[in-house]
Design a protein around this ligand. Structure first.
Ligand SMILES: Cc1cc2nc3c(=O)[nH]c(=O)nc-3n(C[C@H](O)[C@H](O)[C@H](O)COP(=O)(O)OP(=O)(O)OC[C@H]3O[C@@H](n4cnc5c(N)ncnc54)[C@H](O)[C@@H]3O)c2cc1C
Ligand code: FES
Ligand code: FES
Length: 1338
């Protein structure tokens, strides 16, 4: 064996530049290396576990076997730098820049409005760039596959796809001149001049051509290195871990014998998350990526031999090639595997994750083993003792994460056999999200028939996800062998499986009943599949009942597309005036090139430290002791701070409510901050955290759920009530009374950029600068000042931009900033805090869960006379903004319906969970959804179409009073409603849905349409103010500062458009640099959809002042250019700087009298969605959504449509797939993208049409526009109600009651269980009632 060098030199390239790393650390991932060592911050951190795609880069390697260079998109957060020997890395900075030249990918995503906050944009760019490197003219399907691993929380994906599909080969598009004759590749297919309506959000004519010859080349040096592989071993020694990378298989075998406990590292997609998130340390890592035998794929007449180190992408390609060459009978195993691989992880992961790693991880939620076992695959195992073969079956897996391999053995290759003529193999999986999600249950099934007969020769049913290891249904398989493939076999098989596959009610992962029923559903699907194939082969089996066929269809993931229309500006408007035109986000090019700076992209200042939070592991306990001595003894740990180190107040105040920064005596939730470690680096700080020992004494009571809080009467004050009419009288006069409830789960913000701040002490007079990700800089400034005991005038907060906020960066960030500032104050050094995704989810919490209980009185025609609704929200352990959120829910409880007698009560429950906070919509979606549920139920009870019952109850006429007696005109809401009905072709499609349902037994469709009336502005009137500062410089350039925060919504772009209109200078001469408390003091938070209203008016005011000052000179010298005008003004000693202010309306509600003008005005809309569900699995597909939105006269239709679609998709997540889970001890279980699923590309409705209402206006806001940030989130409920309709159709067909409860989110589990199909009832068990569940609904 070649002896390992002491420590090798790591040679690789980044963006064409050679890197020689003499002391490469095996624990270092490329993401941290790029960002902190190389200073390339375009690649972003979003999760650290491969689950979001924000860190996507391209890795190119020379492949000696194929003698070609291979380019792959890879997630840098899981890529150890040591694995990069001989590779070339390209990051977003290497693709193009605003200083040199943009790459067409960067240009097109920006111009197509595919970049809002921009945090996901570099990752999107890199995925697409890599695709183009491999295929300059990709197909739509390839684009879809490429983007499946890139999450975006802002855009709703459609604009990103619109930009990228312009690269497609036109021949490869949908070819689908569907309704209106629009092909999926067209943007702006019509301009209706008469109606002044356009669909063109961007022009494609001036797109840079894509010229692959301009791309960065693979470095010739690496080519030579690759060709001259010398068989030498590489070794990298870090502080704690040694990395050995042999080039020869025999060396690897010796090393494994020498280090039997050392894991083999290939793709690092199982090991990496353990190291990154669980801080696992492996003293020796054996890297196998350089061993040719492990990557070899060879074909024989019996099948495919795949090296264990083959990536899943390579495996998929090989199988697909095999499928093309083999006849379908022989390739059934390949087909099953390809089907599985298509939805296994995402492209970036499949490019590095290996088949060997997948099997050897021995994790039952991994998908391949069940299929490979069913296919009777053979494993080749090697060690110094030689080679042996074992069968891949359930016996191979000896426990969770354990296999029958000896510690010194290596999996060399896997033989995947061809299928035989009478052999049928299938794979099944069901996940929380159809794409890019671990399976809840997976299965591989195989049946062999006696030649040309329906008699079972042998049967194998393997399940992953019903226990700690792969499970074979042995008894079932045995009993069914020798039987005829018919209904009797199905019935008996179902019964046998039900008895054989058991799952404890406390099984890890929860969803026990659901998993048990999936076991049966999958078997049924397999049965039908095989039955049909036998039939096709002419075997005498009974005809499958026609209704069975709908059990088979697989949902295809497709790229979304749609129309988006808006009203053009009047013809008389000068072309130079950008207001009302679709204009690109001001920083989109910077975002697409990675140049846009977020707080954590700011280079470290000299001596900068890092702070990490020690959080409580108990929900309610006395802190008995805190021992940080072991942590402090670690070299590099500077200090540990707790409440006693706070120089000023250890508390944050919000409208008189107190929240401790550090828990002092008692903790009241898991995740509460107790102390903070300050260390020289983030890695050290995180390691040291684990050494801090906190001892607790549990305190009672402790409870987490709304129901428990009601039992304990544990509520925050104030309790609110709104009432109009006489509810009791209304009930008496009603034909019917209905009582019910709806539970809505919470939601995690999941902004792509986690929360954080850099505090830099200035060392003079207590000054401190903070670079902070906040939506409310003034509040952060105030809290930091109070914490340090320093006046606000010494504290300056800078906010360049946020990588998404959605309300989550208003409150908690002030505490984090105060703690970080305390660390900076005590050490006298700059301190940085960047929350990891899991900590962010744990500490900062999210949207409130709500429970609405209602009693409704209604007439036979669906008219609601009276409703009494009690709202309970789970506020968590402190009040935060919960009472205002509850107020907003109550103020929205009428939505667009005039219910003469209406009463709402609101209780904020105090529980022992992290405190819930603001989230886009701020209680509005919850308030609205409960009333929509009431309408839905009333319609069901009356046997009337839900849209008809909605119409009967809607506000009508020119003006109306809301339930809190605010005057408004419902006209535009009614226009949105009727346009939505018309544009969505509602009536006709409803009939089509009914037709579909009557001919499909296992698939059902549903449609739902809802109106929307959403209040804009703060109901706390004093917040309705905005301020700005506009400076004109002598060169004519203009700097606009304002109090709002740019977080993707485009507030800066709109501010520039407004300034451009008034000053009459091009947008390119106007700049917004940052939000700074030193420039614009006391600003209100950017929230309540009011940011642009407030800031826009203030900018207008400042600009008008300046124009007023310039006017006399202009009058005298009309020929002056802008520049000359400015210089002249300067010479005349005229101030070229002006502040602008907007004093908004005095809103407010008198809660005693149940009345008040709560909002400045209302934004209206209507939305219609159609879905399809698979009753057997609960899977659903969003088929089509049509939105008509009233945004007044849009300031920028591109940005507004972006907000509408992005908000809708966020809502779609809220109502369908985003499910937070807590342990019975109150600890959040869902702490990253692998457990918590926000919508990915495939969740967006295949058709998404968005129309901005034409001829709309608004006398109250800037240039007749309307606020739009929050309202569209609620539209996600149309998907929820459409699902409910579909479930009702399924139940109706089976004669079950149409009245059933469905809580939000309508996950696959809930959909399936609500359908109560035969298998659900067959699998349900009586056990478990008293057991401690794995997760609780809070
Ligand atoms: C975001 C994300 C999503 C994912 N989604 C899915 C999914 O939907 N379905 C699914 O099935 N999987 C999924 N995975 C898991 C992924 O498929 C596996 O992590 C991967 O296949 C493991 O391969 P690897 O090369 O990265 O293994 P590594 O992490 O490098 O190693 C994993 C383990 O395998 C052992 N090992 C590797 N090679 C050998 C060998 N030749 N001989 C003996 N032992 C070996 C190692 O010792 C180690 O213990 C996902 C992973 C991520 C990060
Ligand atoms: S940070 Fe790498 S995938 Fe999320
Ligand atoms: S633009 Fe995609 S996450 Fe913000």
């Amino acid at each position: 064996m070649a002896s390992p060098a002491k420590s090798s030199e790591l040679i690789f390239y980044i963006n064409g530049k050679k890197v020689v790393e003499k002391n490469a650390d095996p624990e270092e991932m490329l993401l941290g290396y790029l960002r902190r060592k190389v200073g390339l911050t375009g690649t972003k951190y979003g999760c650290g576990e491969g689950g979001c795609g924000a860190c996507t880069i391209m890795v190119s390697r020379y492949d000696p076997v194929q003698d070609s260079v291979h380019h792959s998109a890879v997630t840098a957060c899981l890529l150890p730098i040591c694995s990069l020997y001989g590779a070339a890395v390209v990051t977003v900075e290497g693709v193009g820049s605003t200083k040199t030249k943009l790459h067409p990918v960067q240009e097109r995503i920006a111009k197509a409005h595919g970049s809002q906050c921009g945090f996901c944009t570099p990752g999107m760019v890199m995925s697409m760039y890599t695709l183009l490197r491999n295929k300059p003219k990709p197909t739509m399907e390839e684009i879809r596959e490429t983007l499946e691993g890139n999450l975006c929380r802002c855009t709703g994906y459609r604009p990103i796809v619109d930009g990228f599909k312009s690269f497609c080969d036109k021949q490869q598009c949908c070819q689908n001149k569907e309704e209106g004759g629009k092909c999926c590749m067209e943007n702006g297919y019509f301009h209706d001049q008469e109606e002044d309506v356009s669909e063109e959000l961007f022009g494609t004519e001036d797109f840079l051509p894509h010229d692959p010859t301009q791309d960065i080349i693979f470095p010739p040096e690496l080519l030579l290195m690759g060709k001259k592989q010398d068989g030498g071993q590489l070794c990298f020694q870090g502080d704690r871990v040694k990395w050995i990378s042999p080039a020869l298989l025999k060396d690897l075998a010796h090393l494994k014998a020498q280090y039997p406990d050392a894991p083999l590292l290939v793709g690092n997609t199982t090991l990496g998350p353990k190291m990154n998130l669980n801080r696992a340390v492996y003293p020796v890592l054996l890297h196998t990526g350089r061993i040719p035998e492990l990557r070899a794929i060879s074909r024989s007449s019996n099948g495919l031999r795949v090296g264990a180190g083959c990536s899943l992408s390579a495996l998929k390609d090989a199988l697909q090639r095999g499928m093309e060459q083999l006849n379908p009978e022989k390739s059934r195993v390949y087909q099953a595997l390809v089907q599985t691989l298509q939805c296994l992880a995402a492209k970036q992961i499949r490019n590095v994750a290996t088949i060997g790693g997948n099997i050897m991880s021995a994790d039952p939620k991994y998908d391949l083993s069940s299929v490979l076992a069913a296919a009777e695959s053979t494993l080749h195992i090697v060690s110094t003792a030689g080679v042996r073969e074992v069968c891949l079956n359930e016996e191979f897996f000896t426990g969770f994460g354990k296999t029958a391999l000896r510690p010194d053995e290596i999996l060399l290759a896997i033989d995947i056999p061809h299928s035989k003529p009478w052999e049928f193999v299938s794979a099944f999986r069901q996940a929380q999200r159809r794409e890019f999600a671990f399976s809840i249950l997976n299965a591989g099934m195989r049946v062999v028939f006696r030649d040309e007969s329906p008699v079972v020769e042998s049967l194998d049913l393997f399940y992953g996800g019903v226990g700690p290891t792969l499970v074979k249904a042995r008894t079932t398989c045995k009993e069914l062998t020798g039987r005829v493939w018919d209904e009797k076999l199905l019935a008996e098989g179902t019964q046998l499986l039900r008895e054989e596959i058991s799952l404890s009610p406390t099984a890890p992962g929860g969803r026990v009943e659901y998993r048990r029923t999936l076991v049966l559903s999958f078997f049924f699907k397999f049965y039908v599949q095989v039955l049909l194939e036998l039939k096709q082969k002419g075997i005498a089996v009974s005809d499958p009942p026609p209704e069975y066929l709908s059990a088979l269809e697989q949902y295809r993931n497709e790229l979304p597309h749609g129309h988006h229309t808006f009203q053009m500006v009047p013809e008389v408007q000068p072309f130079t005036d950008p207001v009302g035109r679709p204009r690109m986000h001001q920083a989109a090019f910077q975002q697409a090139t990675g140049e846009a700076q977020y707080y954590d992209d700011i280079p470290a200042v000299q001596g900068e430290l890092f702070v990490s939070m020690v959080t409580s592991t108990r929900a309610h306990a006395k802190i008995m002791s805190i021992d940080a001595s072991a942590a402090l003894a670690m070299p590099g740990v500077v200090t540990f701070i707790t409440a006693e180190h706070v120089p000023g107040q250890n508390r944050r105040l919000w409208f008189g409510n107190i929240e401790e920064l550090f828990a002092e005596e008692e903790v009241i939730c898991v995740g509460q901050i107790i102390g903070a470690i300050v260390a020289e680096s983030r890695e050290l700080a995180k390691r040291a955290l684990r050494l801090v020992i906190v001892t607790y004494e549990d305190v009672l009571p402790v409870f987490f759920t709304i129901e428990e809080a009601i039992e304990h009467q544990s509520f925050f004050e104030p309790k609110r009530k709104l009432e109009r009419g006489n509810v009791e009288e209304g009930f008496e006069r009603s034909d019917h009374i209905l009582e019910g409830e709806l539970y809505m789960g919470g939601q995690e913000h999941f902004y792509m950029e986690t929360q954080g701040v850099i505090a830099v002490p200035r060392g003079e007079a207590g000054e401190m600068e903070l670079y902070v990700a906040t939506q409310h800089a003034a509040y952060t400034q105030e809290v930091v000042g109070l914490t340090l005991g320093v006046e606000s005038n010494k504290i300056t907060c800078h906010v360049k931009r946020l990588g998404g906020g959605f309300g989550g960066k208003v409150m908690k960030i002030a505490s984090l900033s105060a703690i970080t500032a305390t660390a900076a104050y005590r050490t006298g050094r700059a301190v940085r805090c960047v929350l990891e995704r899991g900590d962010d989810m744990l500490i900062t919490s999210g949207r409130h869960p709500f429970l609405g209980k209602y009693k409704v009185g209604y007439m036979n025609d669906g008219t609601i006379l009276a409703a009494d609704i009690t709202y309970y929200s789970n506020g968590g352990c402190t009040l935060d903004e919960s009472s205002f959120i509850m107020e907003k829910a109550l103020l929205h409880m009428d939505n667009g319906y005039k219910i003469p007698h209406l009463r709402g009560r609101g209780f904020v429950c105090r529980t022992f969970l992290p405190s819930y906070t603001a989230f886009r919509g701020f209680g509005g979606p919850q308030g609205l959804t409960i009333i929509e549920s009431v309408l839905h139920e009333v319609a069901a009870k009356c046997g009337l179409p839900a849209h008809q019952v909605r119409e009967v109850n809607m506000y009508q006429g020119e003006s109306s009073l809301t339930h809190h007696r605010q005057l408004f005109s419902p006209t535009d809401m009614l226009r949105c409603w009727s346009e939505c009905l018309e544009k969505s072709d509602y009536e006709e499609r409803l009939l089509a849905v009914q037709r579909f349902n009557s001919s499909n037994r296992w698939r059902k469709r549903g449609m739902s349409i809802v109106p929307l009336k959403f209040g804009i502005g703060f109901s706390k009137g004093f917040y309705n103010q905005g301020a700005a500062l506009v400076n004109i410089y002598k060169d004519g350039s203009v700097l606009v500062s304002h109090g709002g925060t740019e977080m993707g919504q485009g507030i800066n772009t709109k501010a520039i458009q407004i300034a451009s209109r008034i000053l009459k200078v091009p947008m390119s001469s106007i700049h917004v640099k940052e939000t700074c408390t030193g420039n614009v003091p006391n600003a209100a938070p950017s929230a309540a959809s009011f940011g642009t209203d407030a800031v826009g008016m203030a900018v207008k005011n400042a600009c008008e002042k300046l124009m007023g000052r310039l006017e006399p000179i202009k009058k005298k010298n009309p020929e002056y250019t802008w520049k000359k005008l400015v210089v002249e003004a300067y010479c005349q000693k005229i101030s070229l700087s002006a502040t602008g202010f907007f004093m908004g309306p005095h809103t407010g509600v008198d809660w005693e009298r149940s009345e008040g003008t709560a909002y400045y005005y209302f934004t209206f809309g209507a939305c219609c969605s159609e879905v399809e569900i698979d009753c057997l699995t609960g899977d659903h597909k969003n088929i089509r959504t049509d939105i008509v939105m009233d945004v007044g006269r849009s300031l920028n239709p591109a940005l507004d449509i972006g907000q509408v679609e992005g908000g809708f998709v966020q809502g779609l997540g809220l109502y369908t797939i985003e499910e937070l889970q807590f342990s019975p001890d109150g600890a959040l279980r869902t702490r990253g993208p692998s457990d918590y699923k926000i919508p990915a590309l495939s969740d967006v409705p295949h058709i998404l049409n968005t129309h901005l209402l034409t001829n709309a206006g608004n006398p109250h806001a800037i240039y007749s526009s309307k606020g739009i940030g929050e309202p569209p989130v609620f539209f996600g409920c149309t998907v929820f109600f459409a699902i409910k309709e579909a479930i009702a159709a399924a139940r109706r067909e089976r004669g079950l009651s149409e009245s059933f409860s469905l809580s939000s989110p309508a996950t696959a589990e809930k959909i399936h269980m609500a359908c109560q199909e035969t298998f659900t009832t067959a699998a349900s068990s009586s056990e478990g009632g008293r057991c401690r569940p794995w997760a609780i609904n809070v």
